[in-house]
Write a new protein. Sequence first.
Length: 535
Amino acid sequence: MDNRHTWKDKIVYQIYPRSFMDSNGDGIGDIQGIISKLDYVKSLGVDVIWLSPVYGSPNDDNGYDISDYKGINPEFGTMQDMDQLIVEAGRRGIRIIMDLVINHTSDEHPWFIESKHPESPYRDYYIWQDKPNNWTSFFGGKAWDQVGDSFYLHLFSKKQPDLNWHHPKVMDEVQDIMRFWLNKGIYGFRCDVINIIYKSSLEDGKKRFVLVGREHYHSQEGMHQILKRLRSEVLASYDSMTVGETVLVNTKQANDLILPERHELDMVFGFEHMETDQINNKWFRTRFKPQKFIRTLIKWQNQVYWNANYLENHDQQRSVSRFGNDKVYHRESAKMLALLNLTLKGTPYIYQGEEIGMTNGDFTSLDEYRDVETHRIIALAKKLHFPQWFQQRMLRLSSRDHARTPMQWTSEGGFTTGDPWIKVNRNTTFINVEKQNIEEDSILSFYRKLITLRKNNQALSRGSFEAIYAKRGVFIFRRKDATQSWVTVINMTAKKKRIGLFIDGEVILSNLHANQIIESKLQPYEARLIKENGS
């Protein structure tokens, strides 16, 4: 039963468990907390929960360093809690996908502990060398660490040793893990950094400012062969969906992973639109330029078979702070971004709190940040003598912790009765679910209306995409099928914009106009969804 169609109609809601809801007052979100909020998730109208890692982990990288793929981190609960979550979500018509982290494990995984012994049968589960090459890590610094007389590869933290996909036993182990969870009833996997799992060689890399060595592991043919086997030998036997996190891919490389005839993944997260406000890497931010962002979206919409559309997640900053205006036009720009994300062609992904317009965190010092990547990059910045003001700018604009502050349920926070593991944003006093639940014009209400519209109109979920206007930060595009035509009109700037384009139709949803009147001038961050006449 190789079902490759129904996932196209789904809307996915990402839950970062540590920050979603704490049920026992220890300050850490947990599985029972998620269960307690399933009715809320259902009320949004979403179909799938993407659950960030809840596996056994020492939490060097907040769960992406896994020490037990078939166990639950006690901070989050028990396997009985996880089984209950799958059942309770299913009763509400919600499926669950989990992270599949198979580029690396934790250094506290039993496989790696055993592999430290040169004669161990687990030695070849990892990449050991007598002499390291010159590769560098995504987290900064060298990509090798020493144990005894040998060195092991870690493209991320030194506590995340890379698996050796040249060893057949690694394939066997991963397939066993996948079947374990699919047999429990999950719907599929979000595949972490999946396009760098196969290292074609261990030769020195070309000299470059960041990621020395990537030509030897980025989007290699061996990776495609691995994904084909996982699909044919495991996933094809289940009603499932997969989405890949793919580092530094272009549109051709994306299609090579997702075209139906390739039999690999269903869709991938591209990063190009998220890189339009940076130089070289995310720690060197530039001013957001809507036109560059829009051009990139159009390219991916036109060139990629099926997109996984997103504007934020646990690794990115809050979209209303980054692509909108979270001060003067908070409500308007949050709704504008919602309309953009939910009317593009592809599967929409909504990150927890995005539906109420949660903003970047209000951290005041490095001590308040918890992310391992953030601390390592700032340590490197200090070593390189970056000025203090620039280090503060890096923290403010680039740390992953901005997306990891606790979900804002009430004016008091509502996330925990204890001390939260990371600081709750003070703006929870006026940005929270409780308040927006009862406001007819809230961001939350807008999301619910928009999700209902998308799910009830085939043109919005499966229709074609056509960009019809893209100038000066204004983006207008059409979604169309045989019976209906819808036009999305958005102004991504804080300026009024006049458009010399007449659209014959009815405004069905607007972030500004209660009377739904079509005007030729767009207000700052205005967004309209128009049903064209005759459709």
